[in-house]
Design a protein around this ligand. Structure first.
Ligand code: SF4
Length: 351
């Protein structure tokens, strides 16, 4: 998965992001009693703050190069397709050393996770993946490997490869799905089904991998009930972590056209805040929350404008939970994960 709001095109952008990040750390302290953050989880695991180094290995995506479809998910920034290839990108070795140096200088960081974040980071032959992952975890002080991908790029051989890393260091696999409703996945040209997601999760879990997923609230045609249904279907899976964020309209995407033509709207801030609070209450209390609000830069994002004020929105989520007197897990009901097949049967499919 490519998450453009965490991309640093220029040193200035990097600096701005780091300032925002420092402020976010302050607000994280206020939120720590309301939900279990990823930073908290890393501190519990390593006894100190650990920093992710975002990497772009020059991957593309089967949803862009025609293997599945062309054009990508309709929310995905077109500039992704022009990303450097492995040949002309900064090498992984260089990205790791410059990223670690920058973070070390800014935060006096001591431990790092190599984070394969851009595009689909398992979309290559195993030999290529192994070389990239090995290079990334080579530097001293790298204590973890995180890999973001999509469910249809995780065959058993690749999961077996990832398991070899899990056996030697902290390894985290992020499998994006965004919604469990097939009609939505079709509408956003996702190029895979919910069934493929559940299948990939099941096979990864058989190998004991630590897993996260990504959800987007506000996708076209979805009601609040649809979004909450996605949360409810993810809950019993027993994932380690989750990222939730609002739909953002990026410049140059098919969604930009729909948005400008009035065919698509983004969520209102207050509705999003309420919905995220609802979702947090339903999630298991020990699930790790990796993100609750997407942060956009004005250069890249058209809407919603509240994406430019992530801290303020985070504060509103905190206030909403405090107002309700609830927190993550307040309405969690422990259920055994159901067999994969029953998810298939319950998924609403486009007639
Ligand atoms: S899966 Fe979708 S969002 Fe992720 S890189 Fe491919 S087109 Fe972009």
């Amino acid at each position: 998965m490519r998450y453009h709001f965490e991309r640093y095109s220029t040193p200035t952008e990097w600096a701005i992001k780091e300032i925002t990040y420092s402020r976010a750390l302050l607000s994280e302290r206020n939120m720590s009693e309301l939900y279990r953050s990823f930073n908290q989880y890393l501190r519990e695991t390593f006894g100190e703050r650990v920093y992710r180094v975002p990497l772009d290995a020059g991957f593309t995506c089967p949803n862009r190069d025609g293997f599945k479809t062309f054009g990508g998910c309709t929310f995905c920034d077109e500039r992704g397709s022009g990303a450097p290839t492995i040949k002309n990108a900064l090498s992984i070795k260089s990205q790791m050393s410059s990223g670690m140096a920058r973070i070390r200088k800014r935060f006096k960081a001591g431990k790092f996770i190599a984070y394969f974040q851009a595009f689909t980071n398992t979309y290559a032959p195993e030999g290529v993946l192994k070389e990239l992952y090995d290079t990334a975890i080579e530097p001293q002080d790298v204590v973890g490997l995180a890999i973001g991908t999509r469910p249809d790029c995780l065959d058993d051989n690749i999961l077996d490869l990832i398991k070899t890393y899990d056996e030697k260091l902290f390894t985290f696999l992020e499998i994006g799905v965004q919604s469990v409703h097939n009609r939505t996945l079709e509408a956003i040209n996702r190029g895979h089904t919910a069934e493929e997601f559940f299948d990939a999760v099941g096979r990864a879990q058989k190998r004991g991998l630590k897993l996260a997923t990504h959800l987007i609230f506000g996708l076209p045609g979805e009601s609040e009930a649809d979004m909450i249904e996605t949360v409810k279907q993810v809950v019993p899976l027993g994932l380690t972590a989750i990222k939730i964020h609002q739909l953002c309209i990026y410049k140059g995407t098919p969604m930009e056209e729909d948005y400008r033509a009035g065919r698509l709207q983004t969520m209102k801030e207050d509705d999003y805040v309420r919905l995220v609070a609802d979702a947090l209450e339903l999630l298991p209390p020990d699930m790790v929350i990796m993100r609750l609000v997407a942060e956009g830069s004005q250069d890249e994002v058209i809407a919603p404008d509240w994406a430019f004020e992530k801290e303020r929105v985070m504060k509103k989520i905190e206030n909403e939970l405090n107002r309700r007197g609830t927190k993550q897990g307040s309405r969690y009901i422990k259920k055994e994960a159901e067999p994969h097949q029953s998810f298939r049967q319950s998924l609403p499919v486009q007639p």
